[in-house]
Design a protein around this ligand. Structure first.
Ligand code: AMP
Ligand code: MG
Length: 336
């Protein structure tokens, strides 16, 4: 069975393909284009949506060519149904409905966060991990328990990727900020910044305000980048360690766009080794938002019998990870 996946929750419009054969899954890949906001400003939802509408046909054609498949061979169309920015989500949902009607194939509505988790599991081979999901729009520590992914800790304000990007903009760095901060941090030294963990939850806004203030008062950019990373990642590692102890899981999976950060992977790995656990990182190609992860999660849901009628295909702006019933998971995980 061949699934076409469409991603359009925020800055990225992507189309990707996954094929299943006798219970095995082949990632065929695809193509994506990113909306880049004007220098100094954050993502503007309607402008991002206009970008997605402009590029969707071209992205589809390039994705088909890169994956080496024909549109007529697609059996199911999956799309990011939420959570995300409504104008962006609507472009993806409309494109999905149009393709499904044209090809006369069923739709699968995918929770974007679950897609980040499932593609992480597929590309690393880990079965039942504690998940550290860190991206531009989300920061959650998640584990599967009794039919659902449960959230053990999360940000109380902005996501870690958004926090890094916000600081980067204030520092005059180019979007996306995360990789620029990682590069600059290599030559920095530690200065103390606010460390905000509240129970199992995290907060990043105060830390970003303080880091920005220090920079404006003349601190070195390298030092602030280094300290920002050390502080945010230590906060995440602390909560992850406590969630590991609580859930008794033996593996940790790092996924989402910020999973591309080598220092974060290293800190989680050190913590895991000290506890006798193992750490895994999603394949870098599928760390940031992409259509392929949507195709894979959609295929899992579709094969487990989830049926999405066009009238149920409205976007779900605030769709929490722990609101999703994961029919496909119950058998796979509970046998484990
Ligand atoms: P996503 O929302 O999953 O597409 O992830 C995008 C986010 O990942 C943006 O906030 C980027 O700044 C962040 N990101 C990408 N690469 C890195 C990196 N090497 N270090 C830290 N953050 C990163
Ligand atoms: Mg994402």
């Amino acid at each position: 069975m061949l699934c076409l996946g469409i991603e359009s929750t925020a800055h990225t419009f992507g189309v990707g393909f996954v094929r299943s054969r006798n219970g095995a899954y082949d990632i065929l890949g695809g193509h994506k284009e990113m909306y880049v906001p004007p220098k100094g400003s954050g993502i503007h939802p309607r402008e991002a949506a206009a970008h997605h509408a402009d590029v969707c046909d071209e992205v589809l054609q390039t994705a088909l060519a890169k994956a080496g498949v024909r549109l007529e061979d697609v059996n199911v169309i999956a799309f990011s149904q939420g959570p995300g920015l409504p104008p962006c989500l609507r472009v993806g949902a409309t494109f999905a409905r149009a393709l499904a009607a044209r090809l006369d194939v069923p739709l699968a509505g995918v929770n974007h966060c679950i897609a980040h988790i499932e593609v992480g599991k597929l590309t690393t081979g880990v079965r039942d991990p504690l998940i550290v999901y860190v991206s531009g729009g989300n920061t959650q520590i998640i584990a599967y328990a009794e039919g659902r992914y449960r959230i053990f800790g999360e940000t109380e304000d902005i996501a870690i990727g958004n926090a890094l990007d916000t600081f980067a903009r204030a520092a005059g760095l180019q979007e996306p900020g995360g990789p620029k901060i990682e590069a600059l941090a290599k030559n920095g030294h530690y200065v103390e910044l606010p460390y905000v963990v509240k129970g199992m939850d995290l907060s990043f806004t105060g830390l970003i305000t303080e880091a920005t203030k220090r920079l404006k008062r003349g601190a070195s950019l390298e030092d602030i980048c280094f300290s920002l990373q050390e502080t945010c990642f230590a906060m995440l590692t602390e909560v992850t360690e406590r969630a590991l102890a609580h859930t008794g899981k033996r593996d940790v999976l790092l996924t989402g766009g910020v999973a591309a950060n080598g220092r974060l992977a290293e800190m989680l790995d050190t913590m895991c080794r000290e506890r006798g656990a193992r750490s895994y990182v999603v394949d870098r190609t599928y760390a940031g938002d992409n259509g392929t992860m949507i195709a894979y999660a959609g295929l899992l849901a579709h094969e487990a019998g989830a049926l999405l009628m066009p009238q149920q295909s409205k976007i779900i702006q605030l769709w929490r990870t722990d609101d999703v019933e994961c029919g496909w998971l119950s058998t796979a995980q509970e046998q484990h």
